[in-house]
Design a protein around this ligand. Structure first.
Ligand code: ZN
Length: 491
């Protein structure tokens, strides 16, 4: 099974706009020890800067990125045509970039003018290439289409070096190490439970590190969320991880298994990301595993956006990534208020510059300084909040279905992205599809049935609901997997 771009992507045209763009300098190597060391030094020193120095460092990087994008990337030549020189502009003066614009003409968004959409799509259609470089230089990550549009993001070796350094030195809080082997060689075993059958940022990063540092491979492994839960539990028991990364809904299910005695892990830490981590889930998971639960915030657009300090507040890596929380009219939202969406500017990656890119997430910048003393801004993230479904198994017992797995089946096996799956009864699911996806209704139902069959759940009925996916009125966000079983009537 491979994640491929959707049919809509195939119909979109190749760029013809490259005529004005000067050829970009050669892309940095996929892995270069010198660049990796420089990025580590920069990230280490950045943590000691005060707020003004962080802003100045980011400002210099933004100015250089703007000059580069306008010289070498056709998309920005088009978007920024007629605007004053970069040096006289503030970030807020620049146009917002939406994923649909980026995907409408993928080659025009790249400084790598030799890369065609066909080459990129052939690469991401091949699961054997997960974690390997495209054209020897580029990492390519796909994102789910939680807003209805799947994304393709191309990163260069310099960007990867920055993401690795942020992950190691800020998220992990290590002192500068020449290679990421040290901490793992000691006694740590890292497991990621995720969708691993496509070129997603998480699995692609795990595979890249395993290939770049083969000595790490026994200590770093990924496990598929698509397999039956008893199989996953057995594999984790055999592997005995000490660090486990998972979506919060997956962590909750694993906590149920641990509580029931079927899963027997001794964890030092659980890392949760990809969905909202509620205080209840954090407490339950921490209590069951007897370990610290840390929230992570990253995206296919920038791998390590923020890290949790010892007070469990998420600090933005503001020297390398700019976040602007804005309301539904694109106006800045003051600290303490949740944003409608967030505009991201990636200061590390030049191959596919993202400048004021609409990320779709809602963030709240925390108004008060964090007691940890970090000068990087602290935020709260209101991420996806899909439901874990609980359906009746073959013998009437409850079987939990993970939203990440259901969404991955629909996206990868049926190539539908604009959907909403509702549980309407113990044995009933209802699928709503966006208008553009309705021709794939049979494929979507077949993919779900095949998945339920693999889980030994033959008695679950799937109906097509003619309604469109229902977005939340306030945020416009789509909850894609929803428990809509009416609560039992009060006695
Ligand atoms: Zn803090």
């Amino acid at each position: 099974m491979a994640r491929t771009a959707s049919g809509t992507l195939h119909r979109q045209r190749e760029s013809t706009a490259a005529a004005d763009a000067a050829p970009a300098p050669p892309a940095p190597a996929y892995f270069d020890a010198g660049h990796w060391g420089r990025a580590a030094g920069d990230v280490w020193s950045g943590a000691w800067l005060d707020r003004e120095a962080i802003a100045e460092r980011a400002h210099q990087r933004l100015a250089a990125l703007l000059r580069f994008a306008r010289a070498h990337v056709p998309l920005y030549q088009r978007l920024h045509r007629g605007l004053p020189p970069a040096s006289s502009l503030a970030l807020a003066d620049l146009p917002v970039l939406h994923k649909s614009q980026l995907m409408a003409d993928l080659p025009a968004s790249l400084a790598a003018s030799g890369l065609s959409r066909t080459a990129v799509e052939a690469f991401i259609a091949d699961p054997a290439k997960i974690g390997t470089p495209l054209a020897d230089h580029y990492a390519v990550w796909t994102s789910s289409g939680s807003t209805g549009v799947p994304g393709i993001f191309v990163h260069d070796g310099d960007a990867l070096a920055v993401y690795d350094a942020l992950e190691l030195l800020r998220f992990r809080g290590l002192s500068v190490a020449p290679l990421p082997a040290g901490p793992f060689m000691a006694s740590e075993r890292y497991a990621m439970v995720a969708a691993i059958e496509g070129h997603f940022a998480g699995i692609a990063t795990v595979e890249r590190l395993r290939r770049t540092f083969p000595m790490l491979a026994p200590w770093v492994r990924a496990f598929s969320v698509l397999q039956p839960l008893p199989d996953l539990v057995g594999q984790l028991n055999d592997y005995r991880p000490t660090l486990l990364a998972a979506y919060p809904t997956v962590a909750e299910l694993l906590a149920d298994e641990q509580r029931a005695g079927r899963l027997r892990l001794s964890l030092d830490e659980m890392w949760c990301g990809g969905e909202s981590l509620s205080a209840t889930t954090r407490e339950q998971v921490a209590q069951v595993f007897g370990c610290r639960v840390r929230e992570a915030y990253g995206a296919s657009e920038f791998l390590s956006i923020a890290w949790p300090c010892r007070h469990d507040r998420l600090h933005v890596n503001a020297d390398w990534v700019l976040l602007e929380g804005v309301d539904s009219h694109g106006r800045p939202v003051p600290p303490g208020m949740p944003s409608h969406t967030t505009l991201l500017t990636n200061l590390a990656n030049r191959t596919q510059p993202l400048i004021r890119y609409d990320l779709g997430d809602s963030i709240t910048v925390l108004p008060e300084p964090c007691p940890c003393g970090s000068q990087m801004p602290a935020i709260g993230v209101q991420g996806r909040s899909d439901d874990v479904l609980s359906v009746a198994g073959r013998h009437g017992h409850a079987v939990k279905l993970m939203p990440l797995a259901l969404a991955t089946v629909l996206e990868d096996d049926a190539l539908v992205n604009d959907f909403q799956l509702l549980q309407t009864g113990q044995r009933h699911l209802a699928l709503r599809l966006g208008r553009a996806e309705r021709s794939r209704a049979d494929a979507a139902c077949s993919a779900l049935r095949a998945y339920l069959q693999r889980l030994d759940l033959p008695g679950i009925r799937i109906d097509l609901d003619p309604a469109l996916p229902h977005r939340e009125a306030r945020s416009g966000k789509l909850r894609r997997v929803v428990n809509a079983v009416p609560p039992p009537a009060a006695a």
